[in-house]
Write a protein that binds this ligand. Structure first.
Ligand code: ZN
Length: 320
């Protein structure tokens, strides 16, 4: 596990951030099986997370990581721009960005799917840590839940957002396979908690689903190098799990990434039974569709909007 003291000191401070230098990653796409490179580049305050598909025509490249541009997808999180240019499996990147407190970045990518890497967000957190995080002289805006919103799917999966002082995700999974079983995890988002509790948790599947997915042309890049695979009560990966309750921790990681599709950091408690991307997307949409369910608040705005008050705080934020 990483030394959490050196990671993630940008979650609880009030200013927006970007990367200090370009962070690069490469690997294969989980579903496409294609080799892909990404460069996480600095971006100005209030620009949010944007992807640029550098393998397509210049005018069409930008795909914004926001729920308004998300498409229905069961096995991953997919975004699409007005020209129909798609990008999928962005959830572990988005989780890492939310996890370390990265507000603004432009991610150049040369394929239609992000690399799966080791199936977790750990390589992304390490790349961001190596590139460094820059604190920008602009206050963060938070989306604050002001009343409960709910979403459910026909399969019995269910989720709710409630007002809360900090972002919390309380998740429960229920799988028939004894290797996974029933697990729950309650995560509170603060400096260091993502790196310590979630970042290393890998995606997972059941062996019988791998064949079904591959027959449908999905998970073509899937292997024991990028997923925990279970079969009839056994974990097939050499060395077993990385951390206890790795399965539910990964589902919490996915939820964190999907919640970041509101475009700015969120303060709410998410309670979720049988989490998944379709459910998260429905919940985020339910929130955004009800303007009485949230407000957008600038960090520190309840005290003062004056920059003369902000600057000592900004200087302090730069010291971390
Ligand atoms: Zn995932």
């Amino acid at each position: 596990m990483p030394d959490t003291l050196t990671y993630n000191q940008f979650v609880d401070q009030p200013f927006q951030t970007t990367v200090r230098e370009v962070a690069q990653l490469e690997g294969i796409g989980l579903h496409s099986g294609r080799f892909v490179r990404i460069s996480i580049c600095p971006a100005p305050a209030n620009s949010g997370i944007k992807f640029r598909r550098i393998d397509v025509d210049g005018q069409l490249q930008t795909v914004v990581a926001h729920a308004n541009y998300a498409e229905q997808a069961r096995l991953c999180t997919r975004i699409v721009n007005s020209e129909g240019i798609r990008l999928e499996t962005i959830e572990h990147l988005m989780a890492a960005f939310a996890g370390v407190g990265l507000d603004n970045a432009t991610i150049e990518i040369d394929a239609s799917e992000a690399p799966i890497l080791d199936g977790s967000s750990q390589p992304v957190v390490e790349a961001l840590n190596n590139a460094g995080i820059e604190v920008l002289p602009a206050r963060r805006k938070y989306m604050i839940a002001t009343k409960p919103v709910e979403a459910q799917l026909d399969c019995g999966a269910w989720a709710r957002l409630d007002p809360a002082e900090h972002l919390q995700i309380d998740a429960k999974i229920e799988f028939d396979d004894r290797a996974i079983g029933h697990q729950s995890y309650c995560y509170t988002h603060h400096d260091g908690t993502f790196a310590a509790e979630l970042a290393a948790a890998r995606t997972f599947c059941q062996l019988r689903d791998v064949e079904l997915m591959q027959n449908a042309g999905r998970a073509l890049g899937g292997s024991l190098n990028n997923a925990v695979v279970v079969d009839d009560g056994k974990i097939l990966n050499e060395g077993g799990l990385r951390i206890e309750r790795e399965f539910v921790r990964h589902k919490v990681l996915d939820c964190l990434g999907d919640l970041f599709l509101v475009g700015i950091p969120i303060k709410a408690k998410m309670t979720v039974l049988r989490p998944g991307h379709a459910l998260s997307a429905k919940l985020v949409q339910a929130l955004l569709n009800d303007p009485t369910a949230y407000k957008v608040v600038e960090a520190g705005a309840q005290h003062s909007r004056s920059d003369s008050f902000a600057m000592p705080e900004y200087a302090a934020a730069l010291m971390v």
